[in-house]
Design a protein around this ligand. Sequence first.
Ligand SMILES: NC(=O)c1ccc[n+]([C@@H]2O[C@H](COP(=O)([O-])OP(=O)(O)OC[C@H]3O[C@@H](n4cnc5c(N)ncnc54)[C@H](O)[C@@H]3O)[C@@H](O)[C@H]2O)c1
Ligand SMILES: O=c1ccn([C@@H]2O[C@H](COP(=O)(O)OP(=O)(O)O[C@H]3O[C@H](CO)[C@@H](O)[C@H](O)[C@H]3O)[C@@H](O)[C@H]2O)c(=O)[nH]1
Length: 335
Amino acid sequence: MILVAGGAGYIGSHMVKTLISKGFDVIVVDNLSTGYREAVDEKAIFIEGDIGDVFLINKVFTMFPIQIVMHFAAHGLVGESIINPLKYYENNVVKTFNLLKSMITHNVSKIIFSSTCATYGLAEKDILDETAPNHPVNPYGRSKYMVEQLITDFEAAYGLNYVILRYFNVAGADNSAQIGENHIPETHLIPNSLLHLLGRSDHIAVFGDDFPTADGSCIRDYIHVLDLVQAHVLSLQMLLKHHSVKKIYNVGNEKGYSVKQIISICEKIVGKKANIVVKERRKGDPPSLVASSQKIREELGWKATYVLEDMVRSAWLWYTSNPDGYGSSNYGKDI
Ligand SMILES: NC(=O)c1ccc[n+]([C@@H]2O[C@H](COP(=O)([O-])OP(=O)(O)OC[C@H]3O[C@@H](n4cnc5c(N)ncnc54)[C@H](O)[C@@H]3O)[C@@H](O)[C@H]2O)c1
Ligand SMILES: O=c1ccn([C@@H]2O[C@H](COP(=O)(O)OP(=O)(O)O[C@H]3O[C@H](CO)[C@@H](O)[C@H](O)[C@H]3O)[C@@H](O)[C@H]2O)c(=O)[nH]1
């Protein structure tokens, strides 16, 4: 049985759907702070609760034969983490510490952890492999790097097996259009661009056009949520088959797109012009983050199968099929 922490969120709900389709028994623990009950496959057991609730998590480990924890539960917004670092260190570090401690107490010895390329910070190279130095430049990236360090220390001391996946920017939606990205407020670039083109805002902002990049806007590497889910499936298979697993993998498409290029691709796919407004840089944004995913390709046989246009098309299908998201009235509005 697999415990999916944060399985009601954007990425976690796609993971749960795939695990169920592959015949795994799944239990989701999610406090619904940014997730949705409706996003969780109905064949999964759902517990509304907090990963930091030691009593609850101990009970889950006592009642269910959990083999592996997939840990998606976190706050994930770079900008917000600068304004409210307490929220990030408490939720992402302190509560994960509680979860890890319960795992160790109950001999649950395998974890797949959702980390991020934000651990790298200011990239010294155009393409980042897993040996690039970790110098995160915002509290969110630091909180994730701290958890990576907890996990590696617990591996050394208590034999915790782990796969840490450093996701680059995740985008797109399941092709069914039944689940997708529904953050309130929405801050991510592709959703914001599409919601603007859907008429939900009067402009799309470009945060900074004076970065040291070709067109001056930030460069990111976008990965389809379904390709990312497949990276988890392969990591899961390795953890189920082997002992003493301690792996860190980047998961990205190995291609960089600037903010301006992303908006232009969204315009092309939707067939409409955006009202683009250049604004100040958003604090904590590194100019460029692009992956080398060679390690996971070579070691697990993973490869990205979707290109950027597929991500934008599937996200657009999700938004146009579900204009109210999971039913919330302030879907897509600014704070
Ligand atoms: N979206 C991206 O581009 C991206 C990139 C890199 C890493 N990540 C990481 O992937 C994970 C999932 O991201 P997402 O985009 O799906 O975010 P999300 O906000 O949609 O999902 C997070 C889920 O975790 C739940 N949650 C948060 N704190 C919790 C707690 N203390 N106890 C129980 N449940 C809790 C939320 O309710 C939500 O359902 C996060 O750890 C994030 O940092 C995301
Ligand atoms: O309306 C917008 C929204 C974003 N951006 C810019 O677009 C880029 C991408 O921003 P966003 O989509 O918010 O993603 P990131 O800030 O890169 O963060 C995402 O990707 C990280 C990995 O790079 C993950 O760790 C985080 O959890 C996830 O939120 C950044 O330069 C933003 O400043 C804009 O210009 N206008």
